[in-house]
Design a protein around this ligand. Structure first.
Ligand code: DLL
Length: 435
């Protein structure tokens, strides 16, 4: 096991380490970052008030808006000369969030990503085809630092150029693939077109994340690619990938909690919630130097799993992410996550895992339409059969979501494919309100 000493620390020792790191972090942020000092002062809490891990709840939260306000270096906790690498979110919905890494942070990143890859059995002899985007996005470099720490051969192919991806997979004997689950699905489809049977290649593991995906999508990817598919999690604000990952049990994601301290809070009140109760994941970067964030509100919905994992790692696990509470659709008062729809569609024969959700407003009524691609075989069926199929899917969706949704089968290959994060929801309600 990679870094076994840390990963199997008895719980009491892990907590001692966490408290020590938390106290140091809070003291550093108070001393060096005016933003955090002002927040702590406003709440009347000082570094000397942090005696136990439970005292974390007394500290202020940090939001994406706070991080944007600090753009570019306002929340850095070290002198700019200490920063050796930066990454940044895409900033499509506002100012980007910048993450600054010191040399020690890059060591930490390499270590947590090495743990991630090692959990899926990657070692020195492996060939890692890294199809996450390289550049400001954290996916490419995060995997790269981890693969290098392990000593595997890393192919820094980045995302896109799917024909070359598959050719490389064949020629280089790729054993592990890293990319978003939607891009992996696109590669599987392309391979079929090119007459490449990926199952007969050397590929045996996939490390998929950066977007929500369902258990049904995992089963589909594992069958089509002949691999074990591992869920990996992270976000720019904390480090990028390397916050948590699945071990060989594939049952929840271990949070690397000597570096990232997890809490689950009620999304409305911010109150901490006990294990087993679903809420918003909040993370504190207790093991970072450059831009360590305090109690970051991720908006990601999950719960802490109670039982220790049979794999022997002592870190706590979170259930695979249900989605983001800001991506959750509220349709006629019912909460709907896109993955719930994905689960239903992928369990049905005759449709492909390419779909989108369209939400509209008809008068005061919200409507949900689910478009899903037919398989080539379904496409050749009679209209009568297709209509029957749509009604069947609608009844399955009703049973799973609790609301009526219209299902429309669309022709094969008409829904846009993604090389990075897929965009599956089109919400036209705000547009129609403006009219
Ligand atoms: O997506 C970092 C990353 C790269 C993770 C490669 C895994 C692999 P951001 O672009 O800042 O960073 O997006 C972070 O993506 O808050 C989640 O909502 C979502 N996300 C990331 N991993 C998963 C996952 C990277 N495994 C945001 N399941 C997060 C569900 C995920 N959602």
């Amino acid at each position: 096991m990679w870094n076994e000493a840390v990963q199997t620390l008895p719980h009491a020792e892990l907590e001692r380490l966490q408290l020590e790191r938390l106290q140091r972090l809070v003291a550093t942020l108070h001393a060096r970052v005016p933003f955090y000092r002002d927040r702590m002062d406003a709440l009347g809490v000082a570094p000397s008030d942090i005696h136990t891990l439970a005292d974390l709840a007394r500290l202020p939260f940090t939001s994406k808006a706070d991080m944007r306000e600090g753009y570019p270096f306002g929340l850095f906790a070290v002198d700019p000369s200490e920063i050796v690498e930066v990454h940044m979110s895409s900033g499509t919905t506002g100012k980007p969030v910048v993450d600054g890494y010191t040399r020690a942070d890059l060591e930490v990143w390499g270590d947590v990503m090495a743990r991630t890859l090692d959990m899926g059995g990657v070692g020195r002899d492996d060939v890692v085809q890294n199809a996450y985007g390289y550049g400001l996005f954290t996916g490419g470099f995060g995997v790269h630092h981890g693969a290098r720490a392990i000593g595997a051969t890393v192919i820094p192919i980045s995302s896109g150029n799917t024909v070359r991806q598959l050719q490389t997979m064949v020629d280089f004997g790729t054993t592990a693939l890293t990319c978003t689950p939607s891009y992996a699905m696109f590669m599987a489809e392309h391979a079929r077109d090119m007459g490449v049977d990926v199952r007969s290649l050397k590929l045996r593991a996939g490390f998929f994340g950066a977007e929500p995906w369902s258990e049904a999508m995992r089963a589909d990817l594992e069958a089509k690619l002949g691999i074990k598919a591992f869920d990996i999690y992270g976000l720019t604000e904390l480090i990028g990938p390397g916050v948590g990952a699945e071990c060989e049990q594939q049952d929840g994601l271990h949070i690397f909690e000597d570096v990232f301290y997890p809490e689950i809070v009620d999304p409305v009140t911010g109150e901490p919630l006990p294990p087993g109760t679903q809420g918003e994941l909040v993370l504190t970067a207790i093991g970072r130097e450059g831009s360590p964030v305090l109690r970051y509100r991720t908006h990601d919905i999950t719960y802490l799993m109670g039982e220790p994992c049979p794999c022997g790692r002592s870190s706590r696990r979170i259930h695979r992410l249900m989605g983001r509470n800001d991506d959750m659709l509220i349709i006629r008062g019912v909460n709907v996550f896109p993955q719930q729809v994905e689960e239903v569609l992928l369990r049905v024969q005759g449709v492909e895992p390419h779909y989108r959700l369209i939400v509209e407003r008809d008068g005061s009524m919200d409507t949900l339409t689910v478009e899903v691609e037919m398989s080539e075989a379904t496409f050749s069926d009679e209209i009568r059969v297709l209509v029957h199929f749509e009604r069947q899917l609608e009844s399955d969706l009703k049973a799973a979501l609790g609301i009526q949704a219209a299902c429309v089968l669309v022709n094969p290959r008409t829904i846009e494919r993604s090389e990075g994060k897929a965009k599956r929801v089109i919400d036209r309600r705000e547009l129609s309100n403006a009219r």
